[in-house]
Design a binder for this molecule. Structure first.
Ligand code: S3P
Length: 446
């Protein structure tokens, strides 16, 4: 967990205006470099997220012998010289996924197919996050995995090799688990089939065919029959802007009176678009333009206007996976809505980079919001303005820090947000972009 880094935020001194393109999608950036590394040929990627999470994934492949050329100083464009499905070399040292659950869980799937042994670890936060959900299916496929710490937590040592495809019915709705098993399936004999309790983000299924590996669907099962090689795509692999990052500014523009902000080139894949559906149901004024496809992904510009006070809603459990990463900032919108906002069936939020139900409830309560917490969700009673001159703790969770910077815009005085440095994992440049539309937020010099 990245401790340290203090933000001073709010209140907004004016309405928010501007046109922004947030950085590239985190989920797709991880997957692009993973697939490119084990493909035959050179893959050029644009729109890559140069956040610490995705750079950790890139570094892992470099340490396994994959040459990566960065094409610009901002590290948003790169050329990955793929070594082929069986070309990775044993890493020299321990592989470090930093703060990233996606890096850790998807890499375990890929490492399960390698004929060498490797050890994967992460930071304090990641070493507390559940790994049994990927260990079990990988063991069933034939991987040898041992935990050196407590229980089924990182660090894990994985000896891969001869895998066999399985039918895997996941108990948790998790794209990380699904993708881990599908990536291992590239190395397995026979079919790998995955069924999930609720549909989750499908970037792996959409991206693998760009590398010549079909992924099918049959009676609710996602089916992968390995073709034996991935092939670098002829075209540049372009990554859209991250909807999870856009959501912070969409909520800010929905609650600060008089605001109007346009967010360009945002991924609007239905499995990532739950935040827009929830915010619209709350009465936010969101509209789209320039809808088009980038590779296999739908993309659009999103215009957000602050028109009216939002209203609380009840979020059905089946809609949770499509907005799983946006709840911290949706809780901020809910805290400024009329009536109650109710969320159930969202226990997964407790095992993200922090316990996002508890950490957000504590931070919003410090701002004067009335919240009832349950094991799998919460009830938020909205108010019209937050208390200011308070200090909150983001607990090293990037999305909590950014959500609270948005909340602070509607406070009666400044809000100090401690342990916010982790913003760099998913959204380098957040503070600069926020300031460019008029948000009142800055880093406190230490
Ligand atoms: C991700 C899946 C989600 C999400 C995470 C990224 C991915 O996790 O919370 O930020 O890229 O597959 P789960 O699939 O475990 O819910």
């Amino acid at each position: 967990m990245k401790i340290g880094g203090t933000l001073v935020a709010g209140p907004a001194e004016r309405s928010l205006h501007g046109v922004l393109q947030v950085p590239g999608d985190k989920s797709m950036s991880h997957r692009s470099v993973m697939m490119a590394a084990i493909a035959d040929g050179i893959t050029e990627i644009s729109g890559f997220l140069p956040g610490e999470d995705c750079l950790a994934t890139a570094r892992m492949f470099e340490s396994m012998g994959v040459p990566i050329e960065w094409l610009n100083a901002g590290r948003t464009a790169l050329r990955v010289h793929g070594v082929g499905l069986h070309g990775l070399k044993a890493p020299d040292g321990v592989l470090d996924a930093g703060n990233s659950g996606t890096c850790a869980r998807l890499m375990l799937g890929l490492l399960a197919g390698q004929p060498f042994s490797s050890t994967l670890t992460g930071d304090d936060s990641l070493r507390r996050r559940p790994m049994r959900r990927v260990i079990e299916p990988l063991r069933r496929m034939g991987a040898n995995i041992t935990a050196s710490g407590h229980g089924d937590l990182l660090p894990l040592t994985i000896r891969g090799g001869s895998l066999a495809g399985i039918d895997f019915e996941s108990e948790v709705a998790s794209a990380q688990v699904k993708s881990c098993v599908l990536l291992a399936g590239l190395y397995a004999r026979g079919l790998t089939r995955v069924r999930e309790p609720r549909p989750t983000r499908d970037h792996t299924e959409r991206m693998l065919p760009l590398f010549g590996q079909p992924v099918g669907e049959e009676d609710g099962w996602i089916v992968l029959q390995p073709v034996g090689a991935l092939r670098a795509p002829d075209d540049v692999l372009a990554i859209p802007a991250d909807p999870s990052s856009a959501a912070f500014f969409a909520v800010a523009a929905s609650v600060v009176p008089g605001s109007e902000v346009v967010l360009t080139h945002i991924g609007v894949n239905p499995r990532r678009d739950g935040w827009r559906r929830i915010l619209s149901a709350m009465g936010a004024d969101l509209s789209t333009a320039r809808e088009h496809a980038v590779g296999e992904e739908p993309v659009a510009d999103i215009r957000v206007r602050c028109r009216q006070t939002l209203a609380g809603v009840e979020v059905a459990s089946r809609n949770v996976p499509d907005a799983i990463d946006e709840f911290p900032v949706l809780f901020v919108a809910a805290s400024l809505a009329e009536g109650d906002f109710i969320l159930r069936g969202a226990a997964e939020l407790r095992v993200k980079e922090s316990d996002r139900i508890a950490v957000m409830a504590r931070a919003l309560q410090a701002l004067g919001v009335e919240i009832e917490e349950w094991p799998d969700g919460l009830r938020i009673r909205g108010c019209s303005r937050f208390r200011g001159d308070v200090e909150v703790d983001a607990h090293g969770d990037h999305r909590v820090a950014m959500a609270m910077a948005v909340a602070a815009q509607m406070a009666e005085g400044p809000v100090i947000i401690r342990n916010a440095a982790a913003i760099a994992t998913s959204f380098p440049g957040f503070v600069e972009q926020a300031r460019s539309i008029g948000m009142n937020v800055r880093w406190l010099e230490s």
